[in-house]
Design a protein around this ligand. Structure first.
Ligand code: ZN
Length: 234
């Protein structure tokens, strides 16, 4: 079976539920008291499968955009929907994803460490929820971690890119636990939140290619660091 076929099998439950417009918690060994997913408030994860030949998985924390009050179930977007956005209209996440695609030379897979969206919480509560949804705190049993380990097993990546501390920490744990070998890069966050003297163009054109230098297509040259906007202020 192909990688795409195996991933579709892994995600079959969520694909079926989405086709009926239903929000779904895909935690294995479900018990809603642990996940406590609020289907109409938090966003439902959706598989974002890259190229069949993709050797990279990008891992973020959890789907974050929740639906506005009363709007019902909110799903993450489909790859087709993201690709359909014209380049000049791309927002932060889209610009990040296409920067990865252009840097690596193929569409990477994208996933979230925790599949049920976490929104509206204060950071401290959010962290607790993320950990609880990832691994059952009572018995230490796999919950969303099951999916992440299966995704890694199926794709057999040479590169895992993480965005943010939670994904970074969980990938380090999985790497140690499973002994699967891949290069792990935690890249500078794509949101505008990081208070660093670099802008999105710096990240796309210079910083990310340098962070991913071992994974660039053959013959690709590295951008000139002296071109960072920080060094070229009036
Ligand atoms: Zn869940």
């Amino acid at each position: 079976m192909t990688v795409t076929g195996n991933l579709n099998t892994l995600y079959s439950e969520i694909i079926e539920k989405r086709s009926k417009g239903k929000g779904v918690c895909i935690c294995p060994n479900k018990s809603s008291d642990i996940c406590n997913f609020r289907k109409t408030k938090e966003s439902c994860w959706w598989p974002f499968i890259g190229d069949e030949k993709s050797k990279c998985i990008i891992v973020a924390e959890a789907p974050s955009a929740g639906s506005k009050k009363g709007k019902g179930v909110h799903f993450s977007r489909l790859l087709d929907e993201v690709v359909a956005v014209p380049p000049e209209k791309r927002k932060t996440w889209d610009r990040f994803y296409f920067a990865m695609k252009d840097t690596l030379g193929y569409y990477p897979h994208f996933t979230d460490a925790v599949k049920c969206g976490v929104s509206d919480q204060r950071r401290k509560d959010k962290n607790e929820i993320l950990h609880r949804r990832f691994t059952d705190p009572e018995i230490g049993e796999d919950r969303c971690s099951y999916y992440l380990m299966e995704e890694i097993r199926i794709v057999n990546p040479s590169l895992v890119i993480t965005v943010g501390w939670f994904a970074k920490q969980k990938i380090e744990e999985i790497k140690e636990k499973t002994g699967v070998s891949f290069d792990h890069k935690n890249i500078l966050h794509y949101s505008g939140q990081a208070s660093l003297p670099v802008n999105m163009d710096d990240k796309i054109g210079i910083i990310w290619p340098h962070q991913l230098k071992e994974h660039l297509p053959k013959g690709a040259s590295l951008p000139d660091v002296s071109k960072l906007s920080f060094f070229n202020k009036d």
